[in-house]
Each structure stands twice: as structure tokens, then as C-alpha cells.
Design a binder for this molecule. Sequence first.
Ligand code: PMP
Length: 360
Amino acid sequence: MSRPYNFSAGPATLPYEVLQQAQAELLDWQNSGMCVMEMSHRGREFVSIASQAEADLRELLAIPAHYKVLFLQGGASAQFAAIPMNLLRDNTQADYLNTGIWSKKAIDEAKRHCQVNVVASAESSRYTALPARSEWKCNPNAAYFHYTPNETINGLEISNVPDVGNVPVVADMSSTLLSRPIDVNQFGLIYAGAQKNIGPSGITVVIVREDLIGQAKAHLPQVLDYKVQADNDSMINTPPTYAWYIAGLVFKWLKAQGGLAAMAVRNQRKAALLYDYIDQSGFYHNPVQKEVRSWMNVPFTLAREELEKPFLKEAEQAGLLTLAGHRSVGGMRASIYNAMPESGVVALVDFMKDFAARHG
Ligand code: PMP
């Protein structure tokens, strides 16, 4: 493989084999005479692509039959609004855990729809530590509890699903879904924008327990109504067909890699390699408490801020792309999703060692 390694947080690098297959099928998908982009979403070819993608995702995550799988538009951000609009029913209250910039955005949007109770906030630690469960102020009457298992910008990841009693758990898994096995039964709803671990931007996966849908307020736009979408196989209008197809290729790729258990082993190893080096370098620093460090997004700073520009420039020359941190926090960030091979992390660590030796 001769491409550089791309550490973008999203849209992010895709598996090389997936891109090759898309290239091979670009002009003529399986003797259909059409590119997938040119197919009617109601034609038998695309319907088979769409349903196979759902079947493969169900297999990868062992999604029980009483959960609906939806492929929607508007990104995870549209779900920030769709979730309260669908799940509140007659309730007016929802619980949210604030662990970072994406939790905060979900909270701000939900406030337009309901009374938001922030059960705990990691803001005082600048989103580097998770408040102890004993300090959370949960509301047993909340319509749902929302959290962000992986904060893409801050690099804080919660690996255990919080126990909030009978309140349905809603998780923004945009930057962690498919990185390891999960028990879908522990959730009322899981959602994820695709552009990290699933495929290209433009499509959003929603996995929702059937009994939670179908009682949304009448004014809810139909495209946002989970029940309407579920009843129409996520095709009440034209879906993002090409993004759906690529996601399907990624699911097949994940199965060929050995599924999510195999990905988890690989992802943990990749993350450990990078964090271990950062911690012992004396030159780079990651501020997040060890127990909640993300496997997917690794933010770090350099010994001196003025070295950031040369670091990024030299990294790019060494074939290591998109290492700048999010514009809101600065520093560096290496996103190492499923499609980032271990060789990419090794190359990054080697470069970091060399850079530190020259500038330390
Ligand atoms: N949640 C998380 C955790 C994210 O990382 C992102 C995007 N980076 C979003 C939500 C927003 O996603 P979208 O751009 O698809 O609306």
C-alpha cells in the first residue's frame, strides 16, 4: 500500500480493500450495467445492497430482532433533535451526562425540546476525567438517559454502560461504534454518524428498541420519525445510496477481519502503543485519566506550543496526514479508527520519537 496514513477524525480513512472494491465496481456493479450512484433506490439491485448491509450490521453487533436498524440522513446532529422528539412521549424531562464537546452539543439541542437534567459534568476537569458514579444526580422519571461513550474531540471514552436503572440508555456512538463488541440489549437507542468507523459521511445509523418508537408527537417531521422510517425501510425519500453501499462494504470487510472481537484486540493494541509512548516520552502529553482514554481518538500536546506547526509539516512530509487537533482545543489528535492499520500507528510513533529527539 503506497498511500499516506490519514489520522483524520472524520470523515476518516476507509479500509484500503473497500476503496479498491468500490473502484472495481464503480462503472458496473455486479453486471448490472450501472454504478451504484446511478441506481434507483427502489430497484432490486439497490434494495439488495441495502438489506445486505443491514443484515451484516445486525450480525456484527448481534442486534436482537426487537431492535430496528435505520439508515438516516442529517448526521448525528439531526439525531440530537430527533431523539427527544421521538422518545419523550408525554414526558418533559431527560437526563444527560456531560463528558465533552459532543455531549454539550447534544444537551444544547435537547434543551430546545425538553427539560434537560445534566446528571454530572466533566467540564471542571476540562473533560479529562469522569465524575464518580456516586455523584451523579439521575432522575428516575427521565424519559431517557443520554451519554457519549466516546468524545471524539476530548478523547474520553467510557467503556462500561452506565447503570441508570429502568431509564432507557441512549448513546451517541458516532466515534466508537464497531470498534469493539457491545451488548445492544443494554441500550434503548444507539446512533452514529457514519464518517468514522462505518463509511462516508451522509448516512447515520440508528439502532432503536421497537417499544420506544411510535408515540412521537404529531408535529414531528416524517423524515425524523423513527416509526415512519422503520415502516418504510428507511426509504420514505431517497436515501444516500452510495454512502449506504460503502457502509455495506465496510461491514463485509469487518466480518472478513474476524468481526468486532478481533477489531477490539487490534484497537486496544494500537491505542496502547501510542499512549505508552506518549506517557514515557517526556515530550508529548495526553491529559486524559488513564481509565477513560479513548481507543479511537488520541489528543496530545507537544513540549512547546511553537513546535506544533513544524510537527504537522514534517509529519505530512513523512506521509502522516491530518494530525492537527480540533480547532476548539488545539494541540494534536491522532484518530485511529478500525481502518487505521497497526503499521500506521507504528509509523506515527517512529516519527514522534524522531521529532522529539531532534527538538527535545
Ligand atoms: N457526535 C460525535 C461523538 C461526533 O464525533 C460527531 C462528529 N464529529 C457528531 C456527534 C456530529 O456528527 P455529524 O457531523 O454527523 O452531525
